[in-house]
Design a protein around this ligand. Structure first.
Ligand code: SP5
Ligand code: ZN
Length: 342
């Protein structure tokens, strides 16, 4: 399987993440990708393809144009305020407040943010756009007949909604790739989100649609980020009713229970009969992940990669989370290898 990669991900290099009332060094850091690349090389999965530039048209199929305009100008506008830190929201249009779009940058960043751990700094927009190009290039490989491709996206995307950023995500790379499949003639796309966190952005984007089936296994939102979405009774609405599947799992879930949930999601995907599968591949389900508390071990990732391979679908892997940096490469490559062995 080919990997699509560009070192432009390094442009996403913010210095601060809000955690427990302190600004800490971001978990979502450039080194994550270095470890993945090193492990791909070591295991001989070393066909690396550079992305092409697709421009904003395919991104605008998913995201609101004013939101993209905000993302692309946020850092420049923030700098005019003379602050010493990175751009971060401090005020939100919460319940009962007017939802009109502010034009001032401090209002606007709160309007478009759903979560304050994620800051915007120099290069964030450029990296986010390159990350979408990585996903679109992988999509094109699979549309062109490859069985699978790995989009080594960074920053990740599954928390980004049509006009919201947060959870380290700005552009929903998996959603952009899914839409590109449909725009090129696919009738049905399935997105399977195995990141520890619920893919709230992906859910929101496709919630009213039946042409994309979204399934997510994740830490129960009663206890875990993103807290407000990801419950079992969110099944889609309108045209989309029955085309969203959430499987929230308890803290401490180990492989056996996790894998039965995956088997359930896989059978729903087969029932749906998609032309292509997109896997939102977060490996923060790993036992030593610092943000999460499932208990998958490195060999478990190989086993579930095999299960994904047995679906027999053209598959685009899109990188999402995973913060146990030293093991992230092993865990990602284990999934891809397991998949390829089927
Ligand atoms: C793409 C992705 O995985 N985004 C995750 C964003 C999580 N952001 C905040 C998480 C806060 C978790 N707090 C739990 C701390 C446990 N020590
Ligand atoms: Zn995650």
């Amino acid at each position: 399987m080919k990997t699509v990669y560009t070192d432009q991900h390094r442009l996403r290099n913010s210095k601060s993440e809000m955690k427990g009332g302190l600004l800490v060094s971001p978990y979502e850091c450039p080194e994550r990708v270095d470890y993945i690349l090193a492990r791909l090389q070591q295991r001989g999965m070393n066909t690396i393809v550079s992305p092409d530039a697709f421009g904003l048209d395919p991104v605008k199929r998913i995201h609101d144009a004013q939101y993209l305009e905000f993302l692309s100008t946020c850092w420049t506008q923030w700098q005019t305020l003379g602050y010493k830190g990175e751009a971060v929201a401090s005020v939100w249009p919460a319940r009962g407040m007017h939802q009109r779009r502010p034009t001032n940058i401090e209002g606007m960043i709160g309007y478009y943010a759903f979560s304050s751990e994620t800051t915007i700094s120099q290069g964030t927009w450029e990296a986010a756009q390159a990350s979408a190009d990585v996903a679109l290039t992988a999509q094109r490989l699979v549309a062109g007949g490859e069985r699978a491709a790995f989009a080594l996206c960074r920053p990740p995307g599954h928390h980004a909604a049509s006009d919201l950023f947060g959870g380290y995500c700005f552009i929903n790379n998996a959603a952009v790739a899914a839409q590109a499949c449909l725009d090129q003639g696919a009738k049905r796309v399935a997105i399977l989100d195995v990141d520890f966190h619920h893919g709230n952005g992906t859910q929101e984007i496709f919630y009213h649609r039946s042409d994309v089936f979204v399934a997510s296994l994740h830490g129960n939102p009663q206890e875990h980020y993103p807290h407000f979405l990801g419950f079992e009774d969110e099944c889609g609405a309108g045209e989309g009713e029955g085309f969203n599947l959430n499987i929230p799992l308890s803290s401490g879930t180990a492989f056996e229970a996790w894998d039965s949930a995956l088997a359930m999601a896989c059978s729903r995907i087969l029932q749906y009969g998609p032309d292509v599968l997109i896997v939102s591949l977060g490996v923060d389900t790993f036992v030593d992940d610092p943000l999460s508390n499932f208990r998958l071990t490195s060999p478990d990732f190989t086993r579930y990669g095999e299960r994904l391979g047995r679906l027999g679908l053209p598959t685009i892997f899109v990188m999402e989370g995973g913060y146990a940096v030293a093991e992230i490469g092993t865990n990602v490559v284990n999934v891809l290898e397991g998949f390829e062995h089927t």
